[in-house]
Design a protein around this ligand. Sequence first.
Ligand code: PHE
Length: 448
Amino acid sequence: MERENFGNRFGVLVAMAGSAVGLGNLWRFPYLVGSYGGAAFIFVYIIFAFILCLPILISEAIVGRRSRSNAYGAFKKLAPGTKWKWLGAVSVFTPIIVVSYYSVIGGWSLEYFFKACTFSFTGGTTQSELGSMFDNFITSVWAPLFGHTLFLLLTGIVIIAGVKSGIEKFGKIMMPLLFVLVIIMAIRSMTLPGATEGLVYLFKPDFSKIDASVCSAALGQAFFSLSLGVGTMLTYGSYIKKSENLAASSTYTAVADFLFAMIASCAIMPAVFAFGLNPQEGPGLVFQTLPFIFSNMTMGGIIAIIFFLALIVAAITSSISLYEVGVAYLVEERKMSRKWSSAVVFVVAWVMGALCSLSFGPLSDVHILGQTIFNFFDKLSANFLMPLGGLLLVLFVGWKMTKADVFDEFTNGGTLSANRRIFNFVWFLIRYVCPIAVLVVFLSAFIF
Ligand code: PHE
């Protein structure tokens, strides 16, 4: 069977940006900015995202397109008979863990979207009411499980439709919609009385706030936000035609991802300040602080619907990319049909996600290495498997592949003159700078 490709440049961009832009931008980035001192965190983030993570993103795409294979097959093909296939195995396994807990939060977003549609966030609901609403919801059994199941099903449906008519088409409609939704929110938030303080917080850096924990959080976030180290960009890279410019598509993806995170922060922080709330709210920011703001601002009911719709759309385009890694592996290596492969990934992710979901309620006493199941999966992947995957990948491209092969992919056989000019610089980053820096985040997971 012939392998599918993304149709055109815009298709590549929406797929890659769709993977990158997700809960990481709308939920994780704003609360990290809040917790780690505003603009100073953003400043460090920019450096890490563009100098360290962008070359890794390009490297993943290079491995994918060079091999034209799924995340496991790629290493078998490019380094036959070596232990590198174990990196492939990790790259197939990790996204399934990520999609399982990602889908739980996706399910929460669905629930909050329904709540917003029934105008639960209007009429001055208090913070403590919203706090207990959230706690009651996540600790219950059925409602979050239902959300998780529905979210995973929606993801699976897009996957079954295929690379071009599923992933690419969905992205082409949803990504522009997503930008529009968040821009509307940002405008509303920035025009609230007292919003300027939030903007100052976002744009005026206090460099004295930069320390090791800020750096480690920023690098971890850049990794997560650009979907690195889990085989997703590799798999998407394998669907990119030989005529496309990999470095350009990766750069646009990183720019879109960063812009989106900034617009999302402009939609959230000014409102947080305008209402005199604490920006250091942490993970509860999106599900507790924001609903409070929506409940108490003019037009808040509508803005709540827009926000949670955006959260769902952003989350689905990312979970699709995680889901696709396992499906591509099963189709190509196990010769299963796309439908059956999707069903298998669904079942595995559903079971693991159900355990995560229940770990907020009935299974809250079950601990793995001192963590609840949800936190264990989250930490295992974000702090351990993702940086490990990214580190090994960049070592693979820098030290195992030949310079000639990497040059060939980077410059499309020497035909892209701008890429030819920057190649040596990127090669230096890939060989030396990226591995050392990633090693630092990787080790920092054990130290902090
Ligand atoms: N980048 C996604 C986000 O920001 C998360 C993700 C991580 C997606 C890894 C795919 C792979 O939400």
